[in-house]
Design a protein around this ligand. Structure first.
Ligand code: DGJ
Length: 746
């Protein structure tokens, strides 16, 4: 039993393997949050919170004449609104009687075996069968608005998930104007916020800042989880580093606009809230109706950021990702986007397939441009019919020909979007988001389909079904290339426009879910102008997401580093592209590009006909290495060995959980003359074992002889030496050299 209730003290304690979470049902049915942190034995932790008269923080009626209880001060499970807690708060409501606010008090709680589901929303699942659910019901006596606080408890995984269901049990309509999924009060300590910001082609850059007394919002109002911020934050003790210290993670399982906010209050207690963004959000609840928020995955580690990341990696691989390709080896693919952009026909595609087959690549992905009048990114979206001027003989024949060459076939779609220059738009101009009387803003010259409308979902499903049922397509890249603006649904009344954004997301999830269910053998890869929807919501439908449109390996180091705090390598779409790179013009060695792309799903995105024989032979080698190391990379423990940008090189490692092998990866990002030597301490090895080390590196022909080492190189070393004294690498030379060292326990 991981959820315990003590009748006497009215304490609910959730224990996972290494964490304890506790709340108490206090006098007048207030629920006080007692603690979340390292696991402790049975103890009533209410003693932590002393109640004083805090001038200027008001007191609820029931405690009169005492002034010691204030909702503005006590740590809470899910704060009420408008009744005296002036800190950031997770919900707001406009009541049918015209008032704003709700005063939630405990009604009951229930422990259920298994993990709750959220009907229509993606959420984690109970893979091993040990999860439990705690439902704490609270209500507002006057309006009848009821809260069900849902806690999914994954004991072994050290994860507690949270969501909220609002039920209107009153007699008049209520309008939720904010409905976030969780609130967490951390009353003591000094904390930092770690978050992952970015832009198109440079997503998930790591930023760490002190949590102060002004509320800081990490969020997106773009209708996607966004390039600009990721719905994942870490709250870390100021002293926390990779290997030591307290840290909490909060990850939203949602792909639309979101808000995470943190603030230290007047007494330095930190509150964090997270959920759907409240901008343009207003959800009407008629009597009897309910609204369910998305889920937040919370975990805590007393042992630093690496341990926190490992918990997320494990949980996402086992309890978020699902389907055939959750664990099955995914094919090494070649994507034609950077090879041809829109300028292709069946002959060019087949030429790429020929070369790819020769190289040992396993799947060809036909990217944007195969349908309708899609000869540039100004037309065609919505017309999901093959363009036979480009693909002579049609898609079925092309797929067959590619299959005959020994390659699987994958295809690109962007279902949520429409160009005005398309047959679909000419037929259904009212299917787009547009505000009455206004011309909507275009993004990439495209408009957004109202995914909240069932007829839109039906149309899209019928086209995708025809595509997948009629052709041997084994992979779909689902793209989405603009932010949502001009959000107004022609299918909703004026009063309900505040529901359009969330209904859009529900429609996307319904369509993705239907494709998953009806085409279980198809591997879906999420994408949104690169990585604008890299989130745990999308990962419930597609086990991998294209990380970024920036394929420059040196930038990718940053992007993949930031992504790795919350998401495992198995989810990161990453390809070797041409050099000079198309986004930056930077020239990098083929080997370096492969070392970086291998720390992802691995594939190619270039024209193989333009490669030299030497490069082709390197590719054959890389694919063999990737297959050899597949399990180690995809399900081993990932260690960030350097802090990004802190040195002239970056290093990271994968170690098997039984420490039987490891793979060290190093890329030199800023080559130095007369350098400080690179000494790297490995992690996750068996201290008492000896490891055999096999090194591969980018060998620059022009390395001057004095750069080769004169010391005796040891290739068999003990784990404790490698982890404590480290390994010193040879002096590097040239543009962006890289190396990979495989370690095998002897
Ligand atoms: C954006 C994606 O991220 C790219 O990989 C490519 O598929 C283009 N869209 C195609 O329009």
């Amino acid at each position: 039993m991981s959820i315990l209730y003590d009748e006497q003290s009215r304490i609910i304690t959730i224990n996972t393997a290494n964490t304890t979470y506790q709340m108490i049902i206090g006098p007048h049915r207030f629920i006080q949050h007692n603690y979340y942190g390292k696991r402790i034995g049975e103890e009533d932790l209410s003693y932590l919170h002393l109640h004083y008269d805090r001038a200027c923080s008001g007191n609820p009626d029931e405690v009169f004449p005492s002034r010691r209880i204030s909702l503005d001060v006590i740590p809470q499970e899910y704060p009420s609104a408008g009744v005296g807690d002036f800190r950031i708060h997770p919900m707001s409501v406009h009541n049918g009687d015209g008032s704003y606010g709700a005063d939630f008090r405990y009604v009951k709680h229930e422990v259920i075996k298994g993990k709750y589901e959220l009907g229509g929303l993606p959420s984690s699942y109970d893979a091993a069968g040990g999860a439990e659910t705690l439902v704490v019901t609270m209500d507002d006596k006057i309006t009848g608005l009821t809260l069900e606080l849902l806690y999914g408890v994954f004991e072994e995984e050290d994860v507690i998930t949270r969501a909220v269901r609002f039920v209107n049990k009153g007699s008049y309509e209520e309008v939720l104007t904010r409905a976030l999924s969780m609130s967490l009060d951390i009353p003591y300590g000094k904390w930092d916020l770690v978050h992952f910001h970015g832009k198109h082609a440079l997503e998930r850059q790591t930023e760490r800042e002190r949590i102060g007394h002004s509320a800081v919002t990490v969020g997106s109002t773009r209708g996607t989880s966004s390039h600009q911020e990721n719905p994942f934050i870490i709250i870390a003790d100021r002293r926390t580093d990779e290997d030591h210290g307290d840290c909490y993670g909060m990850m939203l399982v949602y792909s639309g606009s979101f808000k995470a906010q943190v603030e230290a209050d007047q007494f330095d207690s930190v509150r964090a809230i997270m959920g759907i963004h409240d901008e343009q959000f207003a959800w009407h609840l008629a009597p009897g109706e309910s609204f369910t928020t998305p889920e937040v995955i919370m975990t805590y580690s007393p042992d630093g950021l690496t341990d926190l990341s490992h918990k997320y990696h494990h949980f996402i691989r086992n309890n978020i990702c699902r389907g055939k390709y959750q664990f099955a080896r995914r094919p090494v693919l070649i994507n034609n986007w950077e090879a041809t952009y829109f300028d292709f026909n069946d002959e060019k595609i087949l030429a790429i397939a020929d070369e790819a087959a020769e190289l040992g690549i396993e799947m060809l992905v036909l990217d944007d441009g195969w349908f309708g009048q899609r000869n540039s990114d100004n037309a065609g979206l919505g017309d999901w019919y093959v363009n036979e001027d480009k693909i002579k003989g049609g898609l079925t024949s092309l797929v067959q020909k590619v299959n005959e060459k020994g390659l699987k076939f994958g295809i690109w779609i962007e279902p949520e979007m429409i160009n005005e220059d398309s047959a679909l738009y000419r037929e259904h101009p009212d299917w787009v988001f547009a505000m009455p009387g206004r011309k909507p803003t275009r993004g990439r010259n495209q408009l957004v389909l109202d995914m909240g409308r069932s007829e839109v979902i039906e149309y899209l499903y019928s086209r995708i079904e025809a595509l997948l049922a009629g052709n041997n397509i084994e992979y779909v890249k689902w793209d989405m290339n603009r932010s949502l603006s001009d959000v107004h649904s022609n299918a909703l009344p004026a009063s309900r426009q505040g529901e359009a954004l969330h209904r859009y997301m529900l429609g996307v999830y319904e369509l993705m879910g239907r494709i998953n269910r009806n085409f279980p053998n198809v591997l879906l890869e999420g994408c949104s102008g690169g990585g604008a929807r890299f989130d745990a919501g999308i990962l419930c439908y597609s086990p991998q997401i294209w990380c970024s449109d920036d394929t420059d390996p040196i930038h990718r180091l940053n992007i993949q580093y930031g992504t790795s705090f919350g998401y495992p390598v198995s989810t990161m779409g990453s390809h070797v592209s041409a050099s000079p790179n198309h986004q930056t013009g930077r020239t990098t060695p083929m080997f370096t590009r492969a070392v970086v792309a291998m720390s992802g799903t691995f594939g190619y995105e270039l024209d193989p006909a333009k490669l030299s024989d030497e490069e082709k032979s390197q590719i054959r080698d890389q694919i063999a290495d990737f297959k050899r190391y597949y399990d180690l990379i995809q399900s081993g423990d990932h260690y960030r060995l350097t802090e990004i940008g802190d040195d002239y090189f970056e290093a990271w490692e994968f170690a098997a959980s039984d420490a039987s092998e490891a793979l060290l990866n190093v890329v030199v990002t800023d080559i130095q003359p007369n350098p400080t030597l690179m000494n790297i301490r490995l992690k996750g090895l068996d201290p008492d074992a000896v490891y055999e080390m096999t090194e591969k590196k980018y060998a620059n022909e022009n390395v001057p002889p004095e750069f080769s080492t004169d010391s005796v190189r040891k290739r068999e070393l003990r784990g404790d030496a490698l982890m404590n004294a480290g390994y010193t690498l040879e002096w590097a030379f040239g543009d962006y050299p890289a190396l990979q060292i495989h370690l095998r326990r002897l």
